[in-house]
Design a protein around this ligand. Structure first.
Ligand code: NAD
Ligand code: UDP
Length: 315
């Protein structure tokens, strides 16, 4: 049994990860400032005596004794990370320094939830880990993209300079139950709109592409990276589903699966919105023996059932 700290543990992905770690018999410390996460995401786990919840902001130092750290604290949706961009930078930089300092002091292994956004609006397609990216350093997405890039830099410097065992995963768009209703990301927006027969808001022509990974597949990849790779292996490793869809195709799929009467509404494309994104997952296959198992239709059906239930509860 290990004592494992999960920052951002009350968020969408964090809550699924905590569930898995508790199932495996570990003691889990869930640290969150509840900016985009919520108690509701973990309420079903609170009876478990091996779960401890800490309301704390990662930009402040904290003294804990742990064996492993999963650093997920950071708003992930463009709407939320752009709400207070300076805070997003602080979370990524100061939060990362605090967590790496904790890992150094306690000799804990540390996992960083990085992102496909480090590739920016990519000129290489699909994206491999060797690609250095095409990122605007002064745009409205930069607080997140550049924040996550410097977080990776910090991980590698603590690894080389101090021998900290780090594990970097670059997550491509992930979806599933427990995304927040007001999250603003495309899958949750389209499902919530469709279930309410409201217009489906497609930004731009809807020809930009994304690859959507179901959360259970992603969490499996996290655990394999942390548990199954040698101590000196830091990554980064891409995790995502290589199935690539245009945003218009996603809108049509969601309308079909919900049986909705919603019509498509075109809204302006936000600045710096990447035109295409698809992971090359050869490295994940080689190092983690991992590939996604949940296809988009199957994952969407589960996610639709979740939001349907949530909307009925709030009525
Ligand atoms: P989320 O917004 O649901 O979860 C983030 C959690 O971090 C929330 O619980 C939030 O309250 C918490 N948090 C934010 N700032 C904090 C701070 N300063 N101190 C403490 N807690 C803080 O998002 P998610 O989709 O679960 O994303 C989790 C992680 O995965 C993030 O680091 C995100 O950047 C990364 N990621 C997610 C995706 C995706 O598609 N979901 C893609 C790439 C990377
Ligand atoms: N998008 C959209 N309508 C929405 C929300 C998002 O058309 O209501 C588009 C957005 O412009 C982007 C894609 O869907 O091209 C994915 O957006 P999301 O915010 O989910 O994440 P991103 O991959 O851009 O970080």
């Amino acid at each position: 049994m290990k004592r494992i700290l999960v920052t951002g543990g009350a968020g969408f992905i964090g809550s699924h990860l905590i569930e898995r770690l508790l199932d495996q018999g570990h003691e889990v410390l869930c640290l969150d400032n509840f900016f985009t996460g919520s108690k509701q995401n973990i309420v079903h786990l609170l009876d478990n005596k091996y779960l401890e919840v800490i309301r704390h902001d990662v930009i402040e130092p904290i003294l804990l004794e742990v064996d492993e750290i999963y650093n997920l604290a950071c708003p992930a949706s463009p709407v939320h990370y752009q709400y207070n961009p300076v805070k997003t930078v602080k979370t990524n930089v100061m939060g990362m320094i605090n967590m790496l300092g904790l890992a150094k002091r306690t000799k804990a292994k540390i996992f960083q939830a990085s992102t496909s956004e480090v590739y920016g609006d990519p000129e290489q397609h699909p994206q491999t880990e060797g690609y250095w990216g095409h990122v605007n350093p002064i745009g409205i997405r930069s607080c997140y993209d550049e924040g996550k890039r410097i977080a990776e830099t910090l991980c590698m410097d603590y690894h080389r300079q101090n021998g900290v065992r780090v594990k970097i995963i670059r997550i491509f768009n992930t979806y599933g139950p427990r995304m927040a209703i007001n999250d603003g990301r495309v899958v949750s927006n389209f499902i919530v709109q469709a279930l309410q027969n409201q217009p489906i808001t497609v930004y731009g022509e809807g020809q930009q592409t994304r690859s959507f990974c179901y959360v259970d597949d992603l969490v499996e990849g996290f655990i394999r990276m942390m548990d199954k790779t040698p101590d000196n292996y830091a990554g980064p490793v891409n995790l995502g589903n290589p199935g690539e869809f245009t945003i218009m195709e996603l809108a049509q799929k969601v309308i079909e699966l919900t049986g909705s009467r919603s019509k498509i509404e075109r809204l302006p494309l936000p600045p710096d919105d990447p035109t295409q994104r698809r992971p090359d997952i050869s490295l994940a296959k080689e190092k983690l023996n991992w590939e996604p198992t949940v296809m988009l239709n199957e994952g969407l059906i589960k996610t639709i059932a979740y939001f349907d239930d949530q909307l009925k509860r709030t009525k």
